[in-house]
Design a protein around this ligand. Structure first.
Ligand code: AKG
Ligand code: FE2
Length: 239
């Protein structure tokens, strides 16, 4: 058997133009099977190892939902750091295209390292990648992961558990609030190892009179049974 592809090879093999077009059309796009089942298991197994994390949030205490999550501390585990830097390379062009269409002046540098230097200079120094854990009855309220003035407009979530086998319910949900119109919901069907990229806050939508801006939120519907883990990759650091 040939050696499994490295993460760099797996990322390089993707159709990034098609992915960018999907993000432009829908505000979200799936990267199927980016992580192996073993990588998903290994990442989820980090959850109880407190040494990897800077903080532990119980969502119910903050009115965020029910369930818990932990923000990684620096240095990030190798796989998390590689995913964050590797995905950024491909998402920066989409982010810059969105800002141009929304008449927002900010442009993002070509590498995560350069973007994080900007965050750190602005006082946003705390790492934001996180692991989430849900049990029966848990859910994640619709929200936006903004942690300061600097915000990269896209983020990525990886489903680490297998629907149907490890848990039921617990669907990833996006809503889109359109100006002077009612909101639209989208359920994103994910399998273990899939990633979904989506808008953190705003995205441009093409209308008959040019682009307009919609307000996006994401969350997770109630888990009916089992246990669900997710890896969240947010590119901006937090104050
Ligand atoms: O558990 C999920 O699928 C949602 C995770 C989330 O809110 C995030 O990655 O920012
Ligand atoms: Fe989130």
């Amino acid at each position: 058997m040939s050696a499994p592809a490295t993460l760099q090879q797996r990322l390089a093999a993707r159709d990034w133009a098609g992915f960018g077009a999907e993000l432009d059309r829908h505000g979200c796009a799936i990267l199927p099977g980016l992580l192996t089942a073993a990588e998903c298991r290994d990442l989820a197994a980090l959850y109880p190892q407190e040494g990897h994390f800077r903080s532990h949030i119980h969502m119910a205490r903050h009115g965020f939902g029910q369930g818990e999550y932990r923000y990684f501390s620096y240095p990030l585990p190798d796989l998390v750091a590689e995913l964050r830097a590797g995905l950024y390379l491909h998402l920066a062009a989409v982010a810059n295209g969105w800002n141009a269409r929304m008449a927002i002046g900010t442009r993002y540098p070509g590498t995560l390292e350069a973007f994080l230097q900007q965050c750190h200079a602005a006082g946003q120094t705390r790492p934001t990648p996180l692991l989430l854990q849900y049990g029966p009855g848990d859910f994640n309220c619709l929200h936006q992961d903004l942690y300061g003035d600097l915000a990269f407009p896209l983020q990525v979530a990886f489903l680490l558990s297998e629907p149907g086998r490890d848990f039921t319910g617990g669907e990833f949900v996006l809503t889109e609030q359109r100006p002077r119109m009612q909101s639209r919901a989208e359920v994103v069907p994910l399998r273990q190892g899939d990633a979904v990229a989506f808008a953190v806050h705003h995205r441009p939508v093409r209308g008959s009179r040019g682009d307009y801006r919609v307000n996006m939120r994401h969350g997770v519907s109630t888990l009916r049974s089992g246990r669900r883990h997710t890896l969240g990759i947010i590119f901006h650091d937090a104050t």
